[in-house]
Design a protein around this ligand. Structure first.
Ligand code: UDP
Ligand code: MG
Length: 318
């Protein structure tokens, strides 16, 4: 049995060696298994790539794939899935937030044959800024309401899965990738392993608030078309409301004559209505625009990533 570990790395020079050593120790305790470690250098500007080259020189299990620029964690994970050859595969953060020490337990659960994947879930968000937890929780609530795909709150991308599941992920070739949604969409039986949140050993999180915000919007737009109902409902509601002033006008015209029917509305009300309706129209166009721009991205069919250097033969490019 072979286990593939996929590790996206973006400017991880400070945590990479610690992580590799820990992984190495864990793999020694699991001598029944062969290991393959695929490190994806996602266009790092620090010493990440040279550290990876050093590691790969002394350890034949290590593959590195270096991107021509920063394509994002999703692209890095996809490159890993496309290039892994193990019977089992898992994605792990290079910062030890996905503890390698959980691996033996995960393998045991998978080996029992009852499950197709073992996924990890943080039971707390200890150590995370409050505002970030708040937005994360709100996102999961919205996602639950508007998408049929099950996305578990606190789920990490760290999950060990069987080959069948990896092949299913590789077959999902969309450009706007949202892995938590993809894992949920493809199905399979998943065992959820809870663990206490671990803070990264070194360096800083690569996710700014803006990046996370657009990533979560991507999640919603990629796995739900519910937002498209908003313009429809808004249209129905506003059309119905429009009958109220029309009714008043008709009433005045009948009782007091035509000239009374066309005056009597304050300028402020007209201005308010104009701005409100204008805003709602722009919102609706914006929502439709999100889907169109995503369709445009997909239609272009650009590669998910471009590889500048690797030590792997026959590397798969997508
Ligand atoms: N990462 C990446 N490309 C990016 C951003 C992050 O490959 O553009 C990697 C990063 O090196 C790490 C993992 O993805 O191994 C998760 O990133 P990070 O730890 O910054 O995210 P957090 O754990 O704070 O959500
Ligand atoms: Mg992390």
């Amino acid at each position: 049995m072979k286990i593939s570990l996929i590790v996206p790395c973006y400017n991880e020079e400070n945590s990479l060696l610690l992580f590799y050593n820990e992984l190495n120790n864990v793999s020694k305790d699991m001598s029944d298994y062969d290991f393959e470690m695929i490190f994806i250098d996602d266009g790092s500007s620090d010493k990440t790539l040279s550290i990876l080259k050093d590691i790969a020189k002394d350890d034949s299990r290590v593959t590195y794939i270096s991107f021509s620029k920063n394509f994002g964690k999703e692209a890095a994970m996809y490159a890993g899935f496309c290039n892994c050859t193990g019977d089992y595969a898992a994605v792990m953060d290079a910062d030890m937030q996905d503890p390698p020490s959980l691996l033996p337990q995960m393998v045991d659960i998978l080996k029992s044959g009852e499950y197709d994947s073992v996924a990890t879930r943080r039971v707390s968000r200890k150590g995370e800024p409050r505002i970030r937890s708040f937005f994360a929780n709100t996102f999961y609530k919205i996602m639950k309401k508007c998408s049929k795909v099950e996305i578990v709150s606190g789920a990490r991308d760290f999950r060990l899965m069987r080959r069948e599941m990896v092949d299913a992920i590789v077959s999902m070739c969309e450009g706007n990738r949202f892995s938590k949604g993809i894992f949920g969409w493809i199905g399979f039986k998943t065992y959820w392993l809870p663990f206490e949140n671990v803070e990264r050993v070194a360096g800083k999180s690569k996710w700014s608030f803006g990046k996370l915000f657009s990533y979560s919007l991507n999640g919603i737009f990629s796995f739900s078309s519910s937002p498209l109902k908003i313009p429809v409902y808004l249209g129905i509601i506003l059309s119905l409301i429009s009958f109220v002033p029309f009714g008043f006008m008709l009433y005045n015209a009948i009782n007091y004559g035509f000239s009374m029917a066309i005056n009597g509305v304050s300028d402020n009300l007209i201005l308010f209505t104009l701005l409100l309706v204008g805003g709602l129209i722009l919102l609706s166009i914006g929502i439709i625009g999100q889907y169109i721009s995503r369709t445009y991205d997909e239609v272009k069919g650009r590669p998910h990533y471009i590889i500048a250097q690797t030590n792997k033969e026959n590397v798969v490019k997508r």
